[in-house]
Write a protein that binds this ligand. Structure first.
Ligand code: ATP
Ligand code: GLN
Length: 146
């Protein structure tokens, strides 16, 4: 498969220290995506089973009426990953690499600024809460201190 990367990113607006990457994926690609993310040091991921309608549903000839009807929605998985700004592009490229088939229905990625992160156990906020032990930031700082 050819490597497809996200086209060069503009400065994200609005600017934020953290972003949530929300990816709508084919259910059978989720294991590939999550193991790819794990290997690069992503430790915090949330997934939900969702149902969606996009070009894939629209490409099918059906439905006499113009109303959305229950059976137009296809099973998808929503994956949500909050990371620091400097990790966003690497995560997006990994998701594309692992999720893409090149066929209609591969899904979409939304990028959402996040105002704060709070760790419930400790009450920590911001960078302390967003950092995860052995995570990507730790891997990068260990590599550069050697
Ligand atoms: P603690 O050290 O208290 O365990 P933690 O930061 O490791 O805190 P968890 O309490 O283990 O966080 O996380 C609970 C859930 O929160 C996870 O199962 C996951 O769904 C979600 N989650 C945690 N961090 C992230 C993140 N950065 N992005 C998306 N989801 C996350
Ligand atoms: N940015 C965090 C870190 O490097 C990882 C965030 C995540 O795993 N979602 O520790």
């Amino acid at each position: 498969r050819p490597v497809i990367k996200a086209q060069s990113s503009p400065d994200y607006a609005p600017d934020s220290q953290f972003y949530k990457i929300e990816a709508i994926l084919r259910p059978w690609r989720v294991a590939h995506v999550s193991s790819g993310l794990m290997k690069m040091g992503i430790r915090g991921v949330t997934v939900s089973d969702v149902r969606g309608f996009g070009a894939q549903g629209g490409s099918m000839e059906r439905q006499a009426g113009s109303e959305f009807s229950e059976n137009m929605f296809l099973a998808k998985v929503k994956m949500e990953i909050v990371v620091s700004k400097d990790q966003v592009e690497a995560v997006i490229d990994k998701i594309i690499e692992e999720a893409r088939t090149g066929e209609i229905g591969d899904g979409k990625i939304f990028l959402i600024p996040v105002s704060d992160v709070i760790r419930i156990r400790t009450g920590e906020r911001g960078e302390k809460a967003e950092r995860m032990m052995g995570g990507l930031a730790d891997i990068i700082s260990t590599a550069s201190s050697n």
